[in-house]
Design a protein around this ligand. Sequence first.
Ligand code: HEC
Length: 454
Amino acid sequence: MIDRNFYAIAGVLLGLAFAQSADAAQPASQGIFTAQQVDAGKALYEAKCANCHAANLMGGAVTTPIIGNAFLEKWGAKPTAAGSPTWTGLKAADLLDLMVRTMPPPSNSPVAPADQVTILAYLLQQNGFPSSGSALTAQTASLRDTTLTFQPKVGAVEREQRILVWVDRQGRETAIPAPPGDYFLFRLSPDGKQIALEIQADKPDIWIMDAATGALRRLTTEGANRFPMWSPDGKRVLFASDRHRKPVDGKPVRHGDGHDVYWQLADGTGQAERLTFGEYPHSPQRWAPDGKTLSFYEIHPQNKRDIWTMSIDGDRKPRPFLATPNAEAGVGFSGDGKWLAYTTDETGRYEIFIRAFPDASHKQQLTTEGGLELLWPLGSKEFFYRVGKKRFARDITVGADRVTVGTPKEMFEGDYITSPGTRAGWDTVDGQHFLFLKTAPGSKPSARARGDDN
Ligand code: HEC
């Protein structure tokens, strides 16, 4: 009850305040949703979307901001003239279509199409659209009208800035001496001295940061490049890129619609090489201890996330390891390469399981109280994971046909930038020091580490 009232009051105030200022700037007739829809949309967003996209719409470790210039441009919006604060050209209907068709629902609670429209009203309002007297429906003609004008809030909405911090097993933090930035998913090099990092300036790209000095250099420029990972010898960086894709029917390329695994020398010399050629999106996961077997995801329209492998030295033919209607992700190999641990939602929430590799036999469940953001450094006798805001370590011993795990050891609890579960938003090489993204002091706070996103 308290929550409902809070949202109702906050939502109405927000809606009215915004309607007034916006109406002063432009005709009310250009609003396409009501303040009440914004109010209801905010509550729905908090319940259905915030776990993955954050309460402030800035995204987590893997989701991109759904607010601001760059986001609006992806949906066709642009200034009416160079430098003008007034924008036009937004394809709101495409945005709605994406939400209705493809948005991963939080476990077992799909979002009704009518609610998607209400959430869209909130998204539009947050991005600078004025509200008005008429309600938005999926049939509203103006949803398809790309000549709607509005003034994006980007001037008012500051992008969240993040820092990188080391955390030891007692929870003590040491920040890397680098300026705050638009940092997203990162991976430590095998020797722990460098960080491959996704930075979102005008678009996502991979950068290399020196872990001691924080010095940065840019690695990629072409296309949108995300989800970095090192080769076992530390010479190359793998990432997911959409650079091979061209716009279809004038629609801009969206990274989520299709990307493949590429790799490139980390020193910036030479060309990037494409490793997968998928019908569906692919992105890199982990290397087996042989240093040649690469695991990667496929995001399948029916089977959600599946785990595939390929031999980098051999025929490079993709082979499915686990392709079921459940979401399988978050991979870690045992030191002997005979087992593969992964995260799956098959029980209705994310838990960590393990199977023999490569034949996927001998399935065993390793966690029972939830298990997200799995880390299992190669050769480590422990694996690490998140439940809510807490980080756990757990002993693990692999046998010929059985795996034994110890009881969960809670290491620390903290408000770090999280990933929804499928991909670890933290990293470690030695199992003693863990690298995290954290909202920079003074930057907009966010509610991302709510602890209930499984
Ligand atoms: C389980 C996690 C999860 C949930 C829940 C979720 N999303 Fe997403 N969303 C993603 C991921 C992953 C992507 C693709 C990566 C990206 O672009 O951030 C995405 C992409 C998007 C995009 C496109 C972003 C772009 O720039 O192309 C929009 C818009 C969006 N989500 C809105 C929503 C809304 C609204 C909800 C609630 C109804 C929602 N999402 C719920 C994970 C989630």
